[in-house]
Design a protein around this ligand. Structure first.
Ligand code: EPU
Length: 339
């Protein structure tokens, strides 16, 4: 067997919160064959298989009694190019931001708004990653996944993935699909999305009137670096809560009491609220319980100041959830997967 399985491996460097727990067993998959070997091996174990990518959407609350398989397959290929639209396929283990940069260096547009998101290509469809008005579903062409129940490969088109806000079929059927490679439909002629939040303003401040996709990427990197902590310096998993989508009647009630409520009407008549705004209003921004804290610049991000445990971060998250229910009558759903 080419797969190398090790025992009692620290996961500190494999989760962006930097939580120091051990995996009972740990292996890295560099190929489809490694994945198949890991599945066959795990089937004989009394413990489950936990597949991870960049570990950027994960909260580990204790030692992991599982075979942890880190997807480490690499490779980026152009599958077709008609001069306008280019289909690019990337292996699951490709780190996300370098892949975005690769696309920009090759004159391709579509991924620029998704710059600097931590994690891997294979994990991106799981929660339909999104930022600054673009979600992966907007540039998605297809993916290949392994059905862990049957061992068969399956191709998914856009519709089959059933993408929603930070949601997909893969998230709704946890443990079933193992994403091996993802295909993106990128453009040689850019169709830029500049209307979300501060993007256009940032470009104007820089004196850029006719931005290229690379300009947009750089502007978004600078906006993100100002507000979002770099996991290499301060452990975090990006947004810790999803922005809640609530009934318009409840939003109207809250607005009576809090006229500054940040609310975005949705196509279906519901209202999406900015969870960061709610948490900040409730006074949690910058709050710290030992080494578990709420980031001082972006209330939606929980941070590990050094030696926080997953349990401490979870306890802080639960206190915030209870407080937001009490003050606003709104439930905040956690974004990271707990393990
Ligand atoms: N806000 C506050 N206080 C805060 C944070 C935000 O009042 O502490 C307000 C802002 O002023 C703004 C509104 O909330 O009016 C929205 O803030 P922002 O545009 O920064 O976006 P977000 O809703 O906090 C979402 C995504 C981010 C993504 C940004 C930009 C979710 C859960 N989060 O955050 O995604 O980068 O939009 O598109 O949808 C992630 O998922 O890990 C992530 C970082």
């Amino acid at each position: 067997m080419s797969l190398q399985v090790r025992s009692n491996v620290s996961l500190k460097h494999y989760n962006t919160f930097g939580i120091d727990v051990d995996a009972k067993l740990f292996a890295e998959a560099h190929s489809d064959e490694d994945v198949r070997q890991a599945l066959a091996y795990a089937a004989q174990l009394p413990i489950p298989l936990l597949v991870i990518g960049g570990g950027s959407n994960l909260l580990l609350t204790g030692d992991v009694q599982a075979l942890v398989l880190r997807m480490a397959s690499r490779g980026i290929h152009v599958l077709s190019d008609d001069g306008a639209r280019v289909i690019v396929e990337a292996e699951a283990g490709e780190p996300w931001h370098p892949f975005v940069q690769w696309s920009l260096e090759h004159g391709l547009s579509g991924l620029e708004n998704l710059s600097l998101i931590p994690g891997t290509v294979g994990a991106a469809p799981m929660q339909n990653i999104g930022a600054y008005g673009v979600e992966i579903k907007d540039v998605f062409s297809g993916l290949t996944a392994l059905d862990r129940q049957t061992g068969e490969l399956r191709e998914f088109d856009l519709e089959a993935c059933a993408f929603g806000y930070r949601d997909s079929l893969f998230k709704r059927e946890p443990g079933r699909w193992l994403i091996l490679r993802v295909r993106f439909a990128l453009d040689r002629v850019a169709h830029l999305h500049l209307d979300y939040g501060p993007v256009r303003q940032r470009l104007t401040e820089q004196g850029i009137e006719q931005p290229s996709p690379r300009d947009v990427s750089q502007a978004i990197c600078s906006i993100r670096r100002e507000k979002l902590p770099d996991p290499a310096e301060l452990g975090n998993a990006g947004s810790f809560f999803k922005n809640p989508v609530i009934a318009a009647t409840l939003a109207a009630e809250i607005k009576l009491k809090y006229p500054g409520l940040v609310a975005y009407p949705q196509a279906d008549g519901q209202i999406k609220l900015a969870a960061g705004w709610l948490i900040e209003q409730a006074g949690w921004k910058g709050h710290r319980d030992g080494d578990a804290g709420v980031h001082r610049l972006q209330a939606l991000v929980l941070v590990n100041y050094g030696n926080a445990t997953g349990g401490q971060l979870q306890a802080l998250a639960q206190r915030i959830q209870a407080d937001i229910v009490e003050r606003f009558g709104v439930h905040l759903e956690m974004e990271p997967n707990l393990y």
